[in-house]
Design a protein around this ligand. Structure first.
Ligand code: ATP
Length: 439
């Protein structure tokens, strides 16, 4: 039987690299702290996460609108939103070795690296500053966005004018965000270039509680659909002093990562803070005409904010397994079929037998048409192929052998988790996998 998940990070990082999920950013130059590159299988897994989110949070809902705003925004956006003044973490520097740490991550008053004395705590703004255009004056200063949310707030009026939505409605977007984290660490958990999936959901203030709870439930549904063990996810009601400057209530969804229980997602009640600030600073009315009450209001906002990279890591951490099969230790990823980068692998038993290869290719084409993420694999002996597919989390392998073409038109279907094999008729194969809820 399979052993329980959560094992140490080194094994996960090593598998992620070996199998082409995640590579260190700029690796041949010694890397760049806080950056990681997603390899061929990582891209597919990441896209699966984003596609499921997009479908659940945007596409399948009549009250949601999608957006893809620019990463670079007018510098005034970040003054209005409070990020220039307040998007910072507390920093301490060691007087001896000069290393810098996030003050709230250091225990005691000694340098975690050399034991030296730590200096005074100060605030460090985490936005990456940049200059836009050829002019070198203050008007050219901008920032790489530290959250996707502001792109939504500044387009609130555009969406209202184009679509005239009735409250409550929301705008969702997926995109990159950048934070100059003081100490990026724990693989893709705390990075400097990250990807977020965010919704700003606009409501009347008096319906707030009801909608907050609805989004809380949708977040749990998402956690379930991507295959995370719900037992490893915990809600934390964030205390007032720990909340972001714009928030009146925040629930963190924490996950039991191999390095401890840490924030996976946030659900925040941002009040009418952002729209009011942008109205004040831009001098453009962001009021919404409530036709029922015949009055103009600034809607209140609920924000489910989900990080793609942390989702990716939680999925890997939960799925990583080691067990014994056929007298050998094996490693496999127990990924949900909805999220696995390869859903089915199709093998000819032998590579150098054209009749087996031709039949396997035919079956592969049929399954690929139906399920998309199907791989043809004839590299190495079958045992090796199974190990490789186990390591990338492929739920099923289909093998074409001589019985298939000479006897009864059946193939072997092997189950990743149990290693058990059954013979399934080629005609029934698509239905067999449809029943397994692969998509
Ligand atoms: P933390 O307290 O861990 O720094 P945060 O509270 O600043 O996180 P939010 O501002 O709530 O994070 O960001 C929303 C989501 O974006 C987080 O729940 C997380 O999934 C993701 N996220 C934020 N910062 C990072 C980062 N540096 N690396 C990876 N993902 C991140």
């Amino acid at each position: 039987m399979a052993e329980k998940g959560n094992t140490n990070m080194e094994k996960i990082v090593s598998l992620a690299k070996r199998r082409g999920f995640v590579y260190q950013g700029s690796e041949i130059y010694g890397g760049l702290a806080g950056t990681w590159d997603y390899g061929p299988l990582g891209v597919v897994l990441k896209n699966n996460i984003k596609n499921i989110w997009w479908k659940m949070f945007v596409e399948d809902r009549e009250d949601m609108y999608g957006l893809d705003a620019a990463i670079l925004m007018n510098g005034k956006v970040w003054e209005a939103s409070g990020h220039v003044g307040g998007f910072s973490d507390p920093l301490v520097e060691c007087k001896k070795c000069k290393k810098r740490f996030r003050a709230d991550h250091v225990e005691g008053d000694e340098c975690p690296s050399c034991g030296g004395e730590l200096g005074e705590e100060r605030e460090f703004n985490m936005m990456f500053e940049t200059k836009v255009g050829a002019m070198e004056d203050s008007s050219s200063v901008s920032y790489l966005r530290p959250e996707t949310a502001q792109g939504i707030f500044v387009n609130f009026k555009n969406v209202v004018d184009s679509f005239h939505p009735k409250l409550p409605f929301g705008i969702g977007q997926i995109g990159k965000a950048f934070r100059n984290e003081i100490t990026p660490r724990d693989f893709i958990f705390r990075v400097r270039e990250l990807e977020q999936m965010e919704v700003e959901y606009f409501v009347k203030e008096d319906t707030l509680k009801e909608h907050f709870e609805k989004w809380q439930k949708i977040m749990w549904d998402f956690i379930d659909i991507i295959g995370l063990d719900k037992e490893h996810v915990h809600e934390l009601e964030v205390e007032a002093e720990d909340r972001a400057h714009y928030s009146k209530r925040t629930i963190d969804f924490e996950f039991d990562f191999p390095f401890g229980r840490k924030e996976l997602y946030g659900l925040a009640y941002r009040t009418d803070y952002d729209l009011k600030k942008h109205q004040e600073h831009s001098k453009v009315s962001l009021e919404y005409l409530d036709e029922e009450a015949k009055e103009k209001i600034i809607p209140h906002v609920i924000e489910p904010s989900l990080g793609v990279d942390r989702t990716f890591l939680a999925i890997l951490a939960d799925a990583y397994r080691e067990d014994e099969m056929g007298g050998e230790t094996r490693t496999y990823l127990k990924l949900s079929p909805t999220i696995a980068p390869v859903k089915i692998a199709v093998f000819p038993l032998l590579k150098n037998k054209p009749e087996l290869v031709a039949k396997a290719r035919e079956i592969f084409a049929e399954l690929k048409k139906q399920f998309g993420k199907v791989q043809f694999d004839d590299n190495g002996n079958v045992g090796k192929r199974y190990r490789r597919q186990d390591e990338i989390g492929t739920p099923y392998c289909v093998t074409v052998d001589y019985d298939t073409i000479e006897k009864d038109n059946t193939v072997t279907v092997r189950d990743r988790d149990t290693g058990e094999q059954e013979r399934v008729s080629v005609e029934d194969l698509v239905q067999f996998f449809l029943d397994k809820k692969m998509i």
